[in-house]
Design a protein around this ligand. Structure first.
Ligand code: PMP
Length: 294
């Protein structure tokens, strides 16, 4: 992720990653209270562009607000500094990780003082480019009455790590997590769509992270005249789908080959997911200016 030349942004300054320090007496390390984002920059013909950067920093702010962490920064300034961070590290295609974490504080009371760190590195497609073998996880997504599931909070990712590790140990590529009612929720770090009879379906918000890629897929479908229905989806409905895919900033759009022992009947190449995958690539690389149409 970093070497001796890597520079990070830390509380208003650019510092060498290997010299940067954090305190070991904070709530973020001990209790998992930190808010973060995962963002991608793409080398387009118009120079490097950070896809949906405004939406990501807005979600970071909202995550902090939900868990009562202060957010004393101006997002326009953070966006400017993030572009500068890419320049200083000579990064064109990059994954960007801002994180807001607590100053020393061992209590269970929301912190008064926080820090922000932003780092970036080159990162290929997180789940690779081959269709995935997915299993239904024995771990459910966090209950929305136990936490704010729409906040991207570090502690929530213990659940994701448990689910992914379990899936890998069983020989699968990724886990699909259900919600507290045993309906389809999302992957450990990506949202899910299924295709049935020429339409796309995706779980409603409420039990999942409101993915920025999920919203982008819905926008793209408007432009491409593909109907998308947000609804509660049972495991049986998912298993009888024609095809399915995960979407997320790190994973981008990636097809699902099998769910447990169910093989989706549609060839990926002919699926709506494959069309969305191509459209998404064109959008982030600014090869087609869909945003003008939206
Ligand atoms: N769900 C979870 C649990 C995630 O961690 C992510 C990645 N942030 C997503 C969905 C997809 O969100 P986005 O498209 O904003 O990256």
């Amino acid at each position: 992720y970093y070497n001796s030349n890597t520079v990070i942004y830390l509380d208003g300054r650019f510092v060498k990653a290997q010299d940067a320090k954090t305190d070991l007496y904070g709530q973020s390390l001990h209790y998992g209270l930190a808010a973060f984002e995962g963002i991608r920059a793409y080398k387009t013909h118009n120079d490097t562009r950070i896809f949906k950067i405004k939406e990501h920093f807005e979600r970071l702010k909202r995550s902090c607000e939900l868990v009562n962490m202060p957010y004393p920064w101006d997002n326009n300034e953070l966006i400017k500094q993030t572009y500068q961070l890419l320049k200083l590290n000579n990064l064109k295609d990059a994954y960007i990780r801002p994180i807001v974490y607590s100053a020393p504080n061992m209590t269970l009371i929301a912190p008064q003082e926080v820090s922000i760190m932003i780092c970036a590195w080159e990162w290929g497609a997180y789940l690779g480019d081959k269709q995935l073998k997915v299993c239904i996880s024995p771990f459910q997504r966090p209950n929305p009455k136990s936490t704010f599931v729409e906040a991207k909070i570090s502690g929530h990712y213990v659940n994701s790590i448990l689910a992914t590790t379990d899936a890998k140990n069983k020989g699968f590529d990724e886990a699909l997590l259900l919600d507290m009612h045993e309906n389809v929720a999302e992957g450990s770090g990506a949202n899910i769509f299924l295709e049935k009879n020429g339409k796309l379906y995706t779980p409603t918000l409420g039990n999942i992270l409101a993915g920025i890629t999920r919203a982008t897929v819905i926008e793209l479908c408007k432009v491409l005249d593909i109907e998308v229905i947000e609804k509660t989806i049972s495991v049986e409905e998912l298993k009888s789908a024609d095809s399915a895919f995960f979407c997320g900033t790190a994973a981008e759009i990636i097809g699902i080959h099998t769910l447990d022992d169910t093989v989706f009947k549609q060839r990926w190449h002919d699926s709506i997911g494959a069309t969305i995958q191509r459209a998404y690539k064109n959008l982030v690389l600014e090869k087609v200016n869909y945003e003008v149409i939206i």
